[in-house]
Design a protein around this ligand. Structure first.
Ligand SMILES: O=P(O)(O)OC[C@H]1O[C@H](OP(=O)(O)O)[C@H](O)[C@@H]1O
Ligand SMILES: Nc1ccnc(=O)[nH]1
Length: 506
């Protein structure tokens, strides 16, 4: 079928075209099918269709297709139905619970990187692995394929240190303290992070407030060699490029399947040439890992995958039942972390967790004898060396090194959530805190989030503020407050949990 090109200058991250329903019917394709678009070059694109946006006889081509075709408005192209890529059948195999061969995993990852799969197919892949985990071999192949389809950094010195959290606990801003502590002690730590996956602010969302986070592998290497460390966004590099594409699918589903988590983290570590890695595994209700037993199992899986990839991995099972520190959401978290670096004032949970993890790295990297890493980390915070190093990191990434925690702008619209009665806080729901911060606009609205005045076990008086919600936009603040009323993120002892006055579906 010959159709006339209508360029649509919108980037959708994939080869996509829009057809009129009548043309699509005549060609025998449905939404989500593929068509081959022939010009001097041939490409396969996923079809969307609308009745009114595109007139019959035209084909809307999004930016990525237009870049390849380079056709002017109303020039003609030949369009014919195309097969699904082989990897779509591989996804189907995963859905059917069948084991994959190594070649199939490689092909799947290549097609993910090249954007040959639709979001529906990617969501099916993610969901299937959520329901039935990939085997150890499949997970190793997935990780290796993720490393090999991107750029890799090779440092000429060693050891190369790294840390990563599996996420799941709100307010986990420790990377902003750990990386400068480790780098200030002469070790190299090229830290790549993801954005929020199940939370309200990933480390990349936070760091972006202080400096750019998008860099090439070569730049990451150079910056790390210059100042000892960086804190960059994995998705802004060409390092393990499949990772961010999968995270984009995981985020709206709010899932992080076990094998994807392993591959996502370890691919980023492998690609930067990390040799000694500490994994933070937050544990507790409302996190990704509910109890110590499951934490130990994940630790074993991470260590064993590390061994397969030639990395020395130590894991820290950490307390995750309530947020780390007292802030959740990008700007609030950055403010809290910088304040600790500048003044040593801040919540114990944040300082303690940061120095423990940094201490493990200092010991593994040989900067501190075994058993003395925590002390050295604390001293590096106290004597201002960590702050000085953070300023170097911010500067090398192109941010303003003179920034202070006082300069960090937080949301200008605020509302307080008050204690409904006198008593002790007996429940603190992580997931509701995250949801509250997300309703307020986090992680995209940098100023949005939650400041926690009272944590689990602390006593409150009726009417006292327990949380302050921050938002950049007034409407979002209202949404967040409405949510907090319906789903209180905290419970005070003695509070009515639910009134039941009739027997319904028990
Ligand atoms: O949104 P959830 O799933 O809680 O966690 C995701 C966060 O956890 C990891 O933290 P880090 O890079 O080790 O600091 C990721 O990189 C990301 O920033
Ligand atoms: N799946 C993931 C969890 C935590 N961090 C990551 O980078 N990826």
């Amino acid at each position: 079928m010959q159709l006339k090109v209508q360029p649509i200058d919108i980037k959708v991250g994939k080869y996509k075209v829009v057809m009129n329903t009548l043309d699509a019917k005549e060609l025998g394709v449905y939404e989500g099918d593929r068509v081959r678009v022939r010009n001097h070059a041939t490409l396969t694109a996923i079809v969307d269709f609308t009745e009114d946006m595109i007139a019959p006889g035209m084909i809307g081509v999004y930016h990525e297709v237009q870049e390849q075709l380079r056709k002017e408005w109303t020039e003609t192209v030949d369009v014919e139905p195309a097969e699904k890529p082989k990897s779509a059948h591989i996804v189907r195999k995963v859905m059917d619970g069948k084991k994959l061969e190594r070649d199939e995993v490689n092909l799947l990852v290549r097609d993910i990187v090249e954007e040959n799969l639709s979001d529906v197919e990617l969501a099916a892949f993610i969901t299937s692995t959520y329901i039935r985990d990939l085997s150890e071999d499949e997970t190793e192949w997935l990780t290796r394929a993720m490393i090999e389809t991107g750029e890799q950094i090779k440092f000429s010195t060693s050891p190369i240190m790294d840390k990563h959290s599996i996420g799941g606990v709100p307010g986990n801003k420790i990377t902003l303290l750990v990386v400068p502590i480790v780098a200030a002690n002469g070790l190299l730590i090229p830290k790549t992070s993801s954005r929020a996956i199940t939370g309200a602010g990933g480390t990349a969302d936070l760091m972006e407030i202080l400096a750019p986070v998008d860099f090439t592998a070569t730049q990451i290497k150079e910056m790390t060699e210059k100042v000892g460390g960086v804190i960059v966004w994995g998705g802004g590099t060409n390092i393990a490029p499949a990772d961010d594409k999968l995270i984009k699918i995981e985020y709206p589903l709010s899932v992080d399947p076990h094998c994807q988590l392993l591959a996502s983290i370890m691919a980023k570590k492998g690609a930067v040439g990390a040799q000694k890695v500490v994994m933070d595994i937050p544990i507790g209700p409302g996190t990704k890992i509910l109890d110590v037993k499951a934490g130990r199992k994940l630790a074993r899986d991470l260590i064993s995958l590390g061994e397969r990839l030639g990395m020395d991995v130590d894991c820290a099972l950490t307390y995750g039942a309530s947020p780390v520190g007292r802030t959740v959401g990008p700007a609030l978290e950055v403010r809290e972390a910088l304040k600790v670096l500048e003044t040593m004032e801040g919540p114990n949970s944040l300082i303690e967790k940061s120095v423990v993890i940094a201490g493990m790295l200092l010991e593994m990297g040989g900067a501190a004898p075994r058993g003395q890493g925590r002390e050295l980390a604390l001293e590096t915070l106290r004597n201002g060396k960590a702050l000085a190093k953070m300023k170097e990191i911010i500067e090398v990434q192109g941010g303003n090194p003179d920034v202070s925690y006082r300069d960090i702008a937080v949301g200008q619209h605020t509302a307080e959530i008050l204690a409904p009665s006198n008593g002790y806080i007996i429940e603190f729901y992580n997931k509701r805190i995250v949801q509250l911060a997300r309703f307020a606009g986090a992680p995209n609205d940098k100023g949005a989030g939650v400041l926690i005045h009272k944590k689990r076990g602390e006593s409150v008086a009726k009417g006292q503020p327990v949380l302050t919600v921050y938002a950049d936009k007034k409407e979002k603040l209202a949404d967040a407050v409405r949510y907090a009323r319906e789903f209180p993120p905290i419970f005070v002892e003695g509070m009515l949990i639910e009134r039941v006055d009739e027997v319904k579906g028990l």
